[in-house]
Design a binder for this molecule. Structure first.
Ligand code: NAD
Length: 265
């Protein structure tokens, strides 16, 4: 099936590893020109190089998505280089902890033990990251009357996840954002949707998954049959479809890609 995105320009945030990296590889296979963003230049460059070596077009672009100025500069650089920016995937969503001494950095704390630093880390990255990146691309997409904005949320934001209360709140906020924006920009042929993974095997979840062992398989109806958990490719395939020409009539929607973990309406 031709997805109709050859030569479209796509920017994926937080794409230096994990789900974002795989989204870049998959969109590049469909012929999209890939801007690979990360907080770490070397991660972004490595993914861009992987794409180039496979015959695709890619550039690594450094920016902290929480910083509106650096996001605007990144979007300008991509648009200047390739003439447009057609697809934005808001993927960055797990905060990087730089200070190992920071007690608020502990993931998986109950809300009663959490503090403002922790809340701001999740809210800043998830909500402001999505606002900054979407704001930076929306005018160009409107002028060209074509665009796709896809945000990677989480089932935590759909059904709630204990010990991830602020994260759940922020991800749920991205759903409201996407539905409202979809109503504003439909007239410009821009679609705005969310993909909602449950636990997916990435560097970020590796240690936690190991600690869970086999029992986690019971939470996923498809896991036993397929003998596996969610992989970045599962998310990337869904993103590729929503980014495609074939999905032009789908907007304001949330699609869980989760092996049946939750079945939210
Ligand atoms: N892995 C899962 O189980 C899972 C489940 C549900 C939702 N998600 C969502 O999927 C997305 C990707 O998750 P992942 O597991 O691949 O994460 P990851 O931590 O493996 O990779 C994310 C990348 O984002 C980059 N990043 C972090 N902060 C950034 C910033 N401010 N600006 C730019 N880049 C930044 C990191 O450097 C890292 O390379 C996130 O939004 C996450 O919330 C993941």
């Amino acid at each position: 099936m031709d997805l109709g995105i050859k030569d479209r320009v796509a920017l994926v945030t937080g794409a230096g590893r994990g789900i974002g990296r795989q989204i870049c590889l998959t969109l590049a296979e469909e012929g999209a020109k890939m801007a690979v963003n990360d907080l770490f230049q070397e991660r972004a460059d490595a993914v861009a190089q992987e794409i180039s070596q496979a015959g695709g077009q890619a550039m690594g672009v450094l920016a902290d998505v929480t910083d509106q100025e650096s996001v605007a500069a990144m979007v300008k650089r991509v648009s200047d280089e390739w003439g447009s920016l057609d697809v934005l995937v808001n993927n960055a969503g797990i905060p990087v902890i730089t200070d190992p001494e920071d007690v608020s950095a502990a993931a998986g704390q109950f809300f009663s033990q959490s503090d403002r630093a922790q809340w701001e880390r999740s809210m800043g990255l998830i909500t402001h990251g999505v606002l900054n990146c979407s704001r930076a691309v929306i005018e160009g997409m409107s002028e060209r009357r074509w665009g796709r904005i896809i945000s990677i949320i989480s089932d935590a934001g759909r059904v709630g996840e204990p010990r991830l209360v602020a994260y759940s709140m922020a991800k749920a906020g991205v759903v409201g954002f996407s539905k409202a924006l979809a109503k504003e920009v439909g007239r410009y042929c821009i679609t705005v949707n969310c993909i909602s993974p449950a636990t997916t095997a990435t560097e970020a979840t590796q240690a936690w998954l190991q600690a869970q062992g086999e029992r986690i398989m019971r939470q996923y109806p498809l896991a036993k049959g397929l003998s596996r958990l969610g992989q970045p490719a599962d998310i990337a395939n869904a993103v590729a479809f929503l980014a495609s020409q074939r999905a032009e009539w789908i907007t304001g929607q949330v699609l869980s890609v989760n092996g049946g973990y939750s079945m939210a309406d």
